[in-house]
Design a protein around this ligand. Structure first.
Ligand SMILES: NC(=O)c1ccc[n+]([C@@H]2O[C@H](COP(=O)([O-])OP(=O)(O)OC[C@H]3O[C@@H](n4cnc5c(N)ncnc54)[C@H](O)[C@@H]3O)[C@@H](O)[C@H]2O)c1
Length: 381
C-alpha cells in the first residue's frame, strides 16, 4: 500500500504527539520534522530517524514529503500552510487555523486557488457522540432552530500559562481561553448550530496573571432570529462541557459524551398554534440515539487526510470550516474588549487594527517564565 509521507512543522508538545500517533497509522509515515529550536528538531528527528530542519521551507521543499502537519503556535499556521499549499502539499493545520479571520481567509483562498486538500485538527468531530449529533442535525431532525447554548468551563493552572513564552500573550498567541482552550467546543458548536450574525460579549481575566481573557460570556443572535449563549473559561473545576440545540421539532443535548434527543411530534410552534387548551404543553418523547463505532482523536484526522489523498475519503474537518471558529473567537474578543455588539462576518481590517493595538501592549518576549516546557495536555487524543 502507498503511504503518505508527512512532514511535521513544530515538534513541541502537540507536534511530537502527532509524530508518536502516526506510528500507529498504516496509511502514512513520518518523513521529516522541523522546529525553530535546533535541539527540539534534532531530538524528534533522531528519535524517528528522519531528516530534521529549523526552517520550514526546507522541509516543505523536500520531494520525500507529501503532506504537512502544522503544529507551531497559532500565529505561524497561515504562513506555513500557505507555503505548503502553494507547492501542492496538503495541510493539516492545528487549531485554530489562524489568529485572525483575515489570515484564515488567506488560507482558504490558497486552498481553493491551488486545489490543495486542507484540514484542521478539530479531532473532536471524530468522536461517536459528535458524529451522531451532526447526523441528526444534518438530517433536519431539529427543525428550525430557536436556541443554542454551549458551556466549556475548564481549568488551567498558572504554571500552565507560565510554561511557554508565547502562551496567553496578545503578540505570541492572540487571545486566551477563546483562542486556545475553547476552539474544539466552538468548532462543534458552529458545526452543529451554524454561525450567529451578531455577538455581544463580556470577557475578563479573573483567575490568572495573564494579559488575555480567561473567561468569556457571549449572547448570540442568529440570522433566523434564534438566540444563543456561549460561556468559556479556564477557572472552574470540575469541568463542564455542554452543548444544547433547541428546535421546532426536537431538542438535542450533549453533556460530556452523553447525547440525548427529545422529539416533539407536533412541533413547538405547531402545537402552540393548533392547541385550544390554556394549560397544556406539547408531547415530547425521548428517542434513543445509536452511536457509531469509529476511531477518534488525533489519529482519526491524521488517517483521514492520508485516506483522503489515497482514496478520496471525505475530510472529517475541512480547513475552510476552521474559519468559522476563528470568526466566533474574533467576534467575541472584539465585543468583549469594546463593550459593543459585533456583526458576523467580522470586519477584517477593523479586527486587524484592533489586534495590532493589543499586540503593541503585549508582554510577549518579556515574560520571565523559565525555559519553554513543550508538554501538551493528555485529554484529547
Ligand atoms: N488539537 C489539539 O488537541 C491540540 C492540543 C494542544 C495544542 N494544540 C495546538 O498545537 C499548537 C502547538 O501547541 P503546543 O502545545 O504543541 O505548543 P508547544 O510550545 O509545546 O510547541 C510549539 C513548537 O513550535 C515551535 N515553533 C515555533 N515557531 C516555529 C516556526 N516558525 N517554525 C517551526 N517551529 C516553530 C516551538 O519551538 C515549539 O517547539 C497550537 O496551535 C495549539 O493550539 C492542539
Amino acid at each position: 500500500m502507498k503511504r503518505i509521507r508527512y512532514g511535521i512543522v513544530g515538534t513541541g508538545g502537540m507536534g511530537s504527539g502527532h509524530a508518536r500517533t502516526m506510528q500507529r497509522v498504516d496509511e502514512c509515515q513520518l518523513a521529516a520534522v522541523c522546529d525553530i529550536q535546533p535541539n527540539v528538531a534534532e531530538e524528534v528527528g533522531e528519535e524517528y530517524n528522519v531528516p530534521y530542519f529549523t526552517d520550514y521551507h526546507d522541509l516543505i521543499d523536500l520531494d520525500s514529503v507529501d503532506a504537512i502537519i502544522v503544529a507551531t503556535p497559532h500565529y505561524f499556521h497561515p504562513e506555513v500552510a500557505i507555503y505548503a499549499m502553494e507547492r501542492g502539499k496538503p495541510v493539516i493545520s492545528e487549531k485554530p487555523i489562524a489568529v485572525t479571520v483575515s489570515a484564515a481567509d488567506a488560507m482558504v483562498e490558497a486552498a481553493e486557488r491551488t486545489g490543495t486538500p486542507f484540514a484542521v485538527m478539530h479531532q473532536r468531530r471524530s468522536e461517536p457522540v459528535w458524529q451522531a449529533a451532526h447526523k441528526i442535525v444534518s438530517e433536519g431532525r431539529l427543525g428550525e432552530l430557536y436556541r443554542t447554548m454551549m458551556v466549556y468551563a475548564d481549568f488551567r493552572s498558572q504554571a500552565y500559562y507560565n510554561s511557554a513564552g508565547w502562551r496567553a500573550t496578545w503578540a505570541g498567541e492572540g487571545g486566551g481561553v477563546l483562542i486556545n482552550q475553547s476552539p474544539h467546543s466552538i468548532d462543534l458548536y458552529t458545526w452543529l448550530g451554524g454561525l450567529p450574525s451578531r455577538v455581544t460579549a463580556v470577557t475578563a481575566t479573573r483567575g490568572h496573571v495573564i494579559e488575555v481573557e480567561d473567561v468569556a460570556s457571549a449572547m448570540l443572535e442568529y440570522p433566523n432570529g434564534a438566540l444563543g449563549y456561549m460561556y468559556c473559561c479556564t477557572n472552574e473545576a470540575p469541568s463542564t462541557d455542554i452543548l444544547e440545540l433547541s428546535g421546532e421539532r426536537a431538542k438535542l443535548q450533549v453533556i460530556g459524551n452523553q447525547l440525548r434527543l427529545w422529539e416533539i411530534p407536533r412541533g413547538v410552534r405547531g402545537f402552540s398554534d393548533s392547541s385550544t387548551e390554556m394549560w397544556t404543553r406539547p408531547e415530547v418523547r425521548e428517542v434513543p440515539v445509536e452511536l457509531p463505532e469509529c476511531e477518534h482523536g488525533h489519529i482519526a484526522i491524521i488517517r483521514n487526510m492520508a485516506r483522503h489523498m489515497l482514496y478520496d475519503e471525505p475530510l472529517i474537518a475541512p480547513g475552510v470550516e476552521g474559519r468559522n471558529t476563528v470568526e466566533m473567537i474574533n467576534a467575541t474578543i472584539l465585543s468583549g474588549r469594546t463593550g459593543k455588539p459585533v456583526s458576523v462576518p467580522v470586519d477584517r481590517p477593523a479586527y486587524d487594527a484592533f489586534l495590532a493595538e493589543l499586540q503593541a501592549t503585549s508582554n510577549y518576549g518579556k515574560k520571565a517564565t523559565g525555559p519553554d516546557l513543550r508538554i501538551t495536555d493528555n485529554v484529547h487524543h
